[in-house]
Each structure stands twice: as structure tokens, then as C-alpha cells.
Design a protein around this ligand. Structure first.
Ligand code: NDP
Length: 315
């Protein structure tokens, strides 16, 4: 398994299990299957609404003693309605309580967007806080404080463009160690990759398989399928691998972590086995040609007339 190395010597397994959209009745088993079959990296978030069920899996696997807390890496994310500096640590403590852990390996600011504390899912522009009311640097300083208190080992961000990272870096001595963003052959983000690598910021690729199980309201009618792409299918056939494994392997070959979501036992195992072959130069060239700047998870839905968020991705 490829590993991402952190400045303090900690190492993160490149392949992790995603848990967004994993149903409450299925996610405990999915996490148990993953951990019992060699996953050491689980990606969570308060807004997924299933951290208590993920935590039930942790409690169970730790109880039988074969897997210890320090053997695994748990990431979670601060939701947009807890950006105010006094709200960050209480939100983190809620996540820790649900996950039944006393520390996280990595805590991320989920989006560079703030909602009012009582607006988990905003209905309109009035439910947002402006950048002046909730400056990202203050949220970030609260994450730094959480790290000082030992509640998290590493801190980072998610869905940050190069410009937003630059802005944050210019205001702090503590550079984010991770940026978790959508990355796959249709959204290769080469400039962001280069910028992060120059600044020692790791990347995690989310929706690496095309996020097939998003609710209908979040899907474009004509969205392209990654798993059905003829180039991906051809390369899969050539390596005797599945299409999912090609996509996961490609992410790893670019040096990023990658967190495919599955609650299906066979696919959970299959995804972890994506490291057993090497994509060659022809494969990489063909996949490079697939980029079309297409997002499955489009944060532009946060850009409402009357709130202070426009051009989330600075593109
Ligand atoms: P993925 O790209 O991981 O796709 C998940 C879908 O692919 C599910 O329908 C799953 O079904 C299916 N699937 C899984 N493995 C395979 C396989 N080998 N072959 C074919 N189909 C497969 O989507 P996500 O959007 O869930 O992204 C992954 C994770 O990234 C999330 O779960 C979350 O943890 C994180 N994320 C973070 C975001 C952020 O803002 N920071 C935003 C979006 C995601 P099944 O379960 O039935 O196997």
C-alpha cells in the first residue's frame, strides 16, 4: 500500500473508505468489513449523518483487540454551520463522541463557506454568514487550537481552490497538511496538484469513481460515467482489473490519497486491491486526455444571490 508521509513522521494509507451516503443500517458493517480486511483509513464527516454508526464499528473492532486505535487513521470534517471560532471545538467534540474516539488523525474544514449556526441545510441566502462574519482564518485558528489540545493530530481543508489556499497560507504559519477535493480523470486539477505539492500539502481524491449514488436532485441528466468510459474499460481489460481499480490506481500513481465509498463487501475488498499493477505511459497519456473539468459534486450550489459566496472554485 502506498503511504502519504507527514512532517511529524505519521503515515497515511493512500486508499481509504469513503462513507458519504452510506446508510445508517449498512455503514457499521461496511467499516467493520473494511477494517477487518486491511483498510486503515476511514473518511467521515459530521454532515454525513452516520458518524455514530461508523463509531459503533470502531468500538466493536477495537473491543476484540486485533485492531488498535493507533493502527488506523480517521478523518472527519467540520460542517459549514460551525465555522464561528467558538463553535469549532464543540462540533469536533460532538464528532469524537459519535465516533467514540478521543482524538482524530485529521480534521478538515469541509467547505470554504459558512452557514448560520442553526442552518444545517440552508434554504436561502439569509442562512449564510458572510466572509466578514465568519473569516476562514478564525475557523482555521480554532482548528490549530484543537490540535494544541490533542483532539486532532493533523488539520487541513477540503474543497479549497489554489486561490483560497494561497489566501489562507498568507495569514497563518500553520499550513494545512491536506486538501480533500474532487479528483478523477474528468477533473484532473493539475494546477492544484502542482501548487499543493510545492507547498507540502497532500491531496485526497474524493468521488474517484464518479459518485454514482448521489441523490437524483444532485445529478445532471447528461452527466458522463467514469466507470463506463471506453478508455477506462479498455485499460481495465488490458490489466485484468476492474474499472474501479483503474480509477483508484490512477489516483495513487499521482501521489494522492483516494477514498472510494462502498457498502458492498465485494467492492470494498476489490477497491483495496487496486495497487497490484502499474499503469504504463500509454495508459497515463490516454487518461490525461479524458480531462473535461467536470464536477460530480458541484459546490456552486452554495453560490446564491445575496450571500457572499461567488466563484467558489475561483475559475
Ligand atoms: P465514489 O466516487 O466513491 O463512488 C461511490 C459509488 O460507486 C457508490 O455508488 C458505490 O456503490 C460505487 N462503487 C464503489 N466501488 C465500486 C467499484 N469497484 N465498481 C463499481 N462501483 C463501485 O463517490 P463518493 O462521492 O461517495 O466519494 C467517495 C468519498 O469521498 C465519500 O464517500 C466521502 O467520504 C468523500 N467525499 C468528500 C467530499 C467533500 O466535500 N470533502 C464530497 C464527496 C465525497 P456501492 O456502495 O454499492 O459499492
Amino acid at each position: 500500500m502506498k503511504k502519504l508521509k507527514f512532517k511529524n513522521g505519521d503515515q497515511l494509507d493512500a486508499i481509504g473508505l469513503g462513507t458519504w451516503k452510506s446508510k445508517k443500517g449498512k455503514v457499521t458493517d461496511a467499516v467493520k468489513i473494511a477494517l477487518n480486511n486491511g483498510y486503515k483509513h476511514i473518511d467521515c464527516a459530521a454532515t454525513y449523518g452516520n458518524e455514530a454508526e461508523v463509531g459503533a464499528a470502531f468500538a466493536e473492532v477495537f473491543k476484540n483487540g486485533k485492531i488498535k486505535r493507533e493502527d488506523i487513521w480517521v478523518t472527519s470534517k467540520l460542517w459549514n454551520n460551525a465555522h464561528l471560532k467558538d463553535d469549532v471545538i464543540p462540533a469536533l467534540k460532538e464528532t469524537l463522541k459519535d465516533l467514540k474516539l478521543d482524538y482524530l488523525d485529521l480534521y478538515l474544514i469541509h467547505w470554504p463557506v459558512a452557514f448560520k449556526p442553526d442552518a444545517k441545510n440552508p434554504k436561502g441566502a439569509d442562512d449564510f454568514l458572510s466572509l466578514e462574519e465568519a473569516p476562514i482564518i478564525e475557523t482555521w485558528e480554532a482548528l490549530i487550537e484543537a490540535k494544541k489540545q490533542g483532539l486532532v493530530r493533523h488539520i487541513g481543508v477540503s474543497n479549497f481552490s489554489k486561490e483560497k489556499l494561497k489566501d489562507l497560507i498568507s495569514k497563518t504559519d500553520e499550513i494545512p497538511e491536506m486538501n480533500q477535493v474532487e479528483l478523477h480523470p474528468y477533473l484532473q486539477q493539475n494546477e492544484l496538484l502542482e501548487f499543493c505539492s510545492k507547498h507540502g500539502i497532500h491531496l485526497t481524491a474524493y468521488s474517484p469513481l464518479g459518485s454514482g449514488d448521489r441523490p437524483d436532485g444532485m445529478k445532471a441528466d447528461d452527466e458522463p460515467s467514469l466507470l463506463e468510459n471506453p478508455v477506462i474499460k479498455k485499460i481495465a481489460k488490458k490489466h485484468g482489473a476492474s474499472e474501479g481499480q483503474i480509477l483508484i490506481n490512477w489516483s495513487m500513481q499521482r501521489g494522492t490519497a483516494v477514498i472510494p465509498k462502498s457498502t458492498n463487501e465485494g467492492r470494498i475488498k476489490e477497491n483495496l486491491m487496486s495497487a497490484g499493477f502499474q499503469l504504463d505511459e500509454d495508459d497515463l497519456r490516454e487518461i490525461a486526455g479524458l480531462d473535461k473539468h467536470f464536477r460530480y459534486v458541484n459546490g456552486k450550489f452554495f453560490e446564491l444571490e445575496g450571500n457572499s459566496y461567488s466563484n467558489i472554485y475561483d475559475e
